[in-house]
Design a protein around this ligand. Structure first.
Ligand SMILES: [Zn+2]
Length: 297
């Protein structure tokens, strides 16, 4: 992945690529840029923030795993903190297309898992599809978010989704990204660190429609643990399951899904749906070597 990222630098103006190269080569580079790093880049290259973010999109798109379409989409989400988070589309062979992660979902869930509770802007290298417009509509402060595409003026998100159907139509007032505590308690006497991490993720999941609170924790062979939270959507189909959230973070951390050794998936029986079958199916495809543990609450 790091090689793909560095080769994507060739798509940037030479001076900018030269400036970014040491940042991207840092071992701790985590597919994001701080507000200070972004401001320095803008100043050094006499570019405004939107133009700079657009210029950086080839780097975000370098993280794409488009196994089916070979179509590389990059997105960058600016969090309320001022931090910029990369995202890219993930496609999975041999499972339903419904498992796909879109670039906007990748950048948004990246920001969410890094602690952002609002976003102010999203930059994308292609026009957002209907699925992503609906996903963005679920976000805390969606009315404040701007969308910027190449060669287009920056526009308010709601210009891209007039007459939106959203959470309020289903009498739901809690938006995605707002801090959550679903008050789930452990049901294992000798709790395992991965179980606790998955439970903590489930406690922060967004499932106001089904109450199927769900979280996952993946242990890699290098000892790193990545978690994922379920993110439901008022239109249901654009919901993002927890394993996809974790797989996205693993990819953005320059790690491989083949490094996953063990997975703990925790979910609460909701009104209807159960995610365990889907999660095990996807896990067995992308990380067949991983031990999968399932815990229903
Ligand atoms: Zn999309």
């Amino acid at each position: 992945m790091r090689d793909r990222l560095l080769s994507a630098l060739t798509q940037l103006p030479d001076a900018l690529a030269k400036d970014l190269s040491p940042i991207l080569r840092r071992p701790e580079f985590d597919a994001s840029l701080s507000a200070n790093e972004m401001a320095t880049l803008c100043q050094n290259h006499q570019m405004n923030e939107a133009d700079m973010a657009l210029a950086l999109l080839p780097l975000a798109a370098a993280y794409a795993m488009p196994a089916i379409s070979q179509f590389y989409v990059g997105a960058i989400a600016k969090g309320g903190s001022g931090h910029f988070y990369f995202g890219a589309n993930l496609e999975f062979a041999h499972v339903s297309l419904a498992h796909t992660v879109h670039a906007e979902q990748s950048a948004i869930s990246h920001a969410w898992l890094r602690g952002e509770t609002t976003l102010s802007a999203i930059y994308i290298n292609y026009s957002p599809c209907g699925h992503c417009r609906q996903f963005i509509n679920e976000l805390n402060g969606a009315e404040q978010i701007t969308i910027t595409l190449p060669k287009q003026p920056t526009r308010a998100f709601h210009d891209y989704l007039p007459d939106a159907f959203g959470p309020s139509d289903l009498n739901i007032s809690e938006p995605l990204l707002a801090p959550k505590d679903n008050a789930l308690t452990p049901e294992m006497t000798a709790a395992h660190p991965l179980y606790e991490a998955a439970l903590a993720a489930a406690n922060q999941s967004h499932a106001p429609y089904s109450h199927n609170y769900a979280g996952i924790a993946c242990l890699l062979d290098n000892g790193q643990i990545f978690t994922g939270r379920y993110a439901e959507n008022a239109a249901f189909n654009p919901s993002l399951p927890p394993l996809q959230v974790a797989l996205n973070l693993i990819n953005l951390a320059d790690c491989s899904w083949h490094q996953i050794k063990e997975v703990y998936f925790v979910e609460k029986q909701g009104i209807s749906n159960q995610l365990s079958h889907d999660m095990q199916t996807l896990c067995s495809q992308v990380a067949p070597q991983a031990q999968f543990h399932y815990h229903a609450l």
